[in-house]
Design a binder for this molecule. Structure first.
Ligand code: 5GP
Length: 179
């Protein structure tokens, strides 16, 4: 895959503008209450760090690491918890921050994990991107930035074989460019 084959889907400006709007919604909802923001590594790292800069309440950041992708562009259909150590979240407002909800298996895994392990005050799931068309579970994010088509997206945290997470925009490559 060559970066010149990437077609831009969301520019840096579009991403940042939408993220500010999401943060405004969240500031209204939480109304100054403390939040534990749980960033799902590695893909959500850019989104989470930009989002929390616009959140006004007392906030702690936690990081967990999951993986579901096989090599380059296909999901394994199975979620692996690489590192999911979290503090005591009983009675807390938990905001899970993901890059993209695709099949929804990761989101379901995380929400089940939270339910089984903690009685939180609230658990909200936020994803920058929502690939609704690819869903195989009934999970829907409480907040999402953009609905996207069933394309393999790259950039702004989303990788291709570990590369391109550092792009400031999100693009996609045609299938032929990914082979
Ligand atoms: P799900 O469990 O919903 O199928 O997938 C969630 C994870 O798959 C995401 O957190 C992300 O890491 C990866 N993923 C899903 N779609 C894409 C995509 O279009 N591009 C990239 N780079 N990763 C994706």
């Amino acid at each position: 895959m060559n970066i010149n084959n990437l077609k831009i889907l969301f520019t840096e400006e579009q991403l940042q503008e939408r993220i500010k709007k999401l943060a405004e919604e969240m500031n209204k909802f939480y109304n100054g209450e403390e939040v534990y923001a749980v960033c799902v590594l590695k893909g959500a790292v850019m989104f989470a760090t930009d989002l929390v800069k616009h959140l006004d309440m007392p906030l702690k950041m936690e990081f967990i690491r999951l993986s579901s992708y096989n090599g380059n562009t296909s999901t394994s259909g199975k979620v692996n918890a690489v590192d999911i150590s979290l503090p005591d979240l009983n009675g807390k407002n938990v905001l899970i921050i993901e890059d993209i909800v695709d099949t929804g298996l990761t989101a379901k895994f995380l929400l089940d994990f939270m339910n089984c392990n903690f009685h939180t005050k609230s658990t909200k799931f936020c994803s920058l991107l929502d690939k609704k068309i690819a869903r195989v579970t009934e999970v829907e994010p409480d907040y999402y930035g953009f609905e996207v088509d069933d394309k393999f997206l790259i950039g702004y945290g989303l990788d291709y074989d570990g590369y391109y997470r550092n792009l400031r925009y999100i693009g996609y490559a045609e299938k032929s460019a990914l082979e």
